[in-house]
Design a protein around this ligand. Structure first.
Ligand code: LMR
Length: 324
């Protein structure tokens, strides 16, 4: 029986997949069609189900319908899900080296991120969690983060005293403290409600997340500040990956590599389109002039010093050499 896209509904999962097929559940937290990660996961599902029919069957669970990012890695280690692509901030609980990706203004653009991730240092980072049972397969791009609040943010002083939702990352918390703001860690799926009800005043995220989750609707405006990176690692469990027959593992790895190259090349455009869509929907987007932007850089860059030992000065130097 041919496995058509979408047939593997969660409740009827076993029925949607043929007997004998290896079941691959992929859980993530974003939408499927207007988001760099969502589009990549959908393409991966389509290709696996077409090209590996009879051998493997993939079902994607988007929009935090199966797990949020705090739960998914634990579920993966239990064997309940086989693939996920949490943001890189979520891996600091396994290895502090990943904190380099959260350091503010570390990468000047997504091309620099791509070069760093594809360097020897980046490639080795995918294997840093093997002893904890997790294997990174590919880096997936989203993009640089913008900042918003329930009031205009032009100078860093505008953020003083505000509460900002952050991912649960020590670097992001330190960054907020540098701004004189108060960091409130919470799951992605809870952010819209928290902004709407005033539990937090602001947030930082990429254009695709700000658009996809409609954060702009409950904020005064979004400031294009490119204050840091939000990227992903496609991750699996070492046990599951090692259990795959070699031909299945090789074919899956090849498809994943091709999907990664195709979709990573489009991530910037997807974010630019989301920014335009915010403006078209009536959202406010604010630009900074050179002096204003420098004020944010000057305020936040000292945060690096707190984390040099965790991430390694040589890795910071390598990232900065790519920016140059
Ligand atoms: C967040 O928690 O803000 C992001 O990690 C969500 C995502 O996956 O883009």
């Amino acid at each position: 029986m041919a496995i058509a896209l979408g047939l593997c509904a969660p409740a009827a999962f076993a029925e949607g997949c043929d007997d004998g097929e290896i079941v691959i559940k992929f859980s993530h937290v974003t939408n499927t069609d207007k988001h760099p990660k969502g589009i990549a996961a959908t393409l991966l599902q389509k290709r696996v189900n077409e090209e590996m029919n009879g051998k493997a069957c993939m079902e994607v669970f988007p929009n935090s319908t199966l797990y949020n990012d705090d739960q998914v890695l634990e579920a993966m280690l239990q064997g309940d899900v086989q693939l996920a692509a949490p943001s890189l901030s979520k891996f600091e609980q396994f290895t502090k080296k990943f904190r380099i990706f959260d350091l503010p203004f570390m990468f000047k653009n997504i091309e620099a991120v791509d070069e760093f991730q594809n360097s020897e240092i980046g490639s080795e980072m995918k294997e840093l969690m093997v002893r904890r049972g997790l294997l990174g397969l590919q880096f997936w791009h989203n993009g640089l983060k913008q900042i918003s609040a329930n009031k205009p943010l032009i100078w860093p002083a505008d953020a003083e005293g505000l509460k900002f939702r952050v991912q649960n990352s020590d670097v992001l918390k330190a960054q907020m403290k540098a701004m004189g703001a108060s960091p409130q860690p919470m799951a992605f799926s809870e952010v819209y409600g928290a902004l709407q009800t005033g539990v937090v005043d602001g947030q930082q995220n990429t254009w695709s997340n700000i658009y996809g989750q409609k954060f702009f609707e409950v904020q005064d405006g979004v400031t294009e500040a490119n204050i840091g990176l939000l990227d992903y690692m496609v991750v699996t469990s070492v046990d599951w990956w090692d259990s795959l027959p070699e031909d299945v593992r090789d074919q899956l790895a090849t498809i994943l590599q091709e999907v990664t190259e195709t979709r990573n090349a489009e991530s910037f455009r997807v974010n630019e389109e989301a920014k335009e869509a915010i403006i078209e929907a009536g959202g406010t987007v604010r630009q900074l002039n050179a002096e204003q932007r420098q004020a944010w850089v000057d305020l936040m860059k000292p945060v690096w010093a707190e984390f040099v030992e965790d991430v390694g000065q040589e890795n910071i130097d390598a990232a900065q050499a790519i920016n140059a």
